[in-house]
Design a protein around this ligand. Structure first.
Ligand SMILES: Nc1nc2c(ncn2[C@@H]2O[C@H](COP(=O)(O)OP(=O)(O)OP(=O)(O)O)[C@@H](O)[C@H]2O)c(=O)[nH]1
Ligand SMILES: [Zn+2]
Length: 339
């Protein structure tokens, strides 16, 4: 497969023996060596908002990128007018290799699972403890997507004034997830917000949650700059508010330690695509079980009669509750998003 997104200078350097010595000679300069580095903040109908140093630049994909998609979180090389001034348009000429990709689920409007965020470290699954009721199937789907993409899950339980967190936390206890319990009042008070920010320091965190769970309340508390950031995007797109379903990357305020990080809001993204998920990848998030799965038949889905994990657990190598949780997660691949 052709690799894209990686541009090495070797491509442009030809080495040949020289009478004067054996030093490689550069015949052609690297393409776009004057390009600036940028971070894609949001995408709207082919227009990308890219952060270049401290400026927000509008850009388009250069023709030479072909069909390759450019998504929020991508590290890119941009050329052209980088002033960020009104009505200027820069060009994205290169997409750097991605450390992770997150796909949104296929839906009625689009039969394909598409990559929506690149280079994230963490997936914050925002769930209200009540109003609306927690939906464990939905949480499970998000967990599978996170494990598959190699992202660290973080459970953010909101509206703690309405219901206790313990029953839900009990369900997830075998997974040993990181979690935080919060409410609008706690977020408004400050220390509650700091506690959540602390779990996001220096990381790129994607936030996902169903409508009404309090995701906007959370993101607004985490990123006081949000309104301004949305304003900049609106100035670029000429719309009244951020109405696209594109993700939007927002900077966390800097902390005393200097590390800040990014929060990526995902309006309109309700779940993540799981059609491509391989059990072998999900089980990597369960090191205690992964070892036992080495005794499984090839291509084992881990819920068949000859799965070696039953024996592994019976022999006391791992907690039966862990195996139960793994099997429940693997089953979500067959469930529908609405379940
Ligand atoms: N009781 C209670 N209500 C909350 C809390 N956080 C948010 N809400 C309310 O829940 C409703 C939804 O909050 P939002 O922050 O808009 O939720 P959202 O997930 O962004 O929802 P959408 O905007 O529909 O996507 C609003 O009426 C909030 O005032 C909380 O901690 N406790
Ligand atoms: Zn198995």
């Amino acid at each position: 497969m052709r690799r894209y997104g990686k541009h090495t200078d070797e491509d442009d350097i030809r080495v040949r023996p020289s009478r004067r010595g054996t030093r490689p000679r550069t015949h052609t300069r690297p393409k776009h060596e004057d390009a600036a580095e940028g971070l894609v903040l949001t995408v709207d109908r082919g227009r990308l908002t890219v952060l270049v140093e401290d400026r927000t630049v509008t850009a388009m994909k250069a023709r030479e990128l072909g069909r390759k998609g450019v998504v929020v979180g991508d590290r890119v090389a941009v050329v052209g007018d980088l002033t960020g001034a009104r009505d200027t348009l820069a060009r994205i000429v290169r997409v750097e290799e991605r450390t992770s990709v997150l796909r949104r689920t296929a839906d009625d409007n689009d039969p394909y699972e598409r990559i929506i965020v690149a280079n994230a470290d963490q997936l914050a699954i925002v769930t209200a403890l009540a109003d609306p009721e927690p939906r464990p199937r939905m949480i499970d789907r998000c967990l599978v997507a996170a494990f598959d993409a190699g992202l660290e899950p973080l459970l953010v339980l909101t509206k703690s004034d309405l219901a206790p967190a313990a029953p839900l936390l009990d369900v997830y206890a075998p997974l040993g997830l990181r979690y935080v319990v919060t409410s609008r009042e706690e977020l408004a008070a400050g220390p509650g917000t700091d506690a959540v920010r602390e779990l996001m320091r220096g990381q790129v965190t994607v936030c996902v949650g169903h409508s009404g769970v309090g995701k906007t309340t959370l993101v607004n508390a985490l990123v006081p700059e949000r309104q301004r950031a949305v304003g900049i995007v609106n100035a670029v797109t000429g719309r009244g508010r951020h109405t696209t379903t594109s993700a939007l990357a927002l900077p966390l305020p800097p902390s005393a330690s200097g590390a800040n990080g990014w929060v990526i809001d995902t309006p309109g993204v309700r779940s993540f695509g799981l059609n491509h998920v391989q059990p072998a990848r999900v089980i990597q998030a369960f090191p205690d079980l992964a070892e036992g799965a080495e005794g499984c038949p090839r291509g084992c889905g881990h819920n068949e009669p000859d799965c070696a994990l039953d024996q592994w657990v019976a022999e006391g190598h791992a907690d039966p509750a862990r195996l139960q949780s793994l099997r429940r997660l693997l089953e979500t691949r067959e469930s529908r998003e609405e379940d």
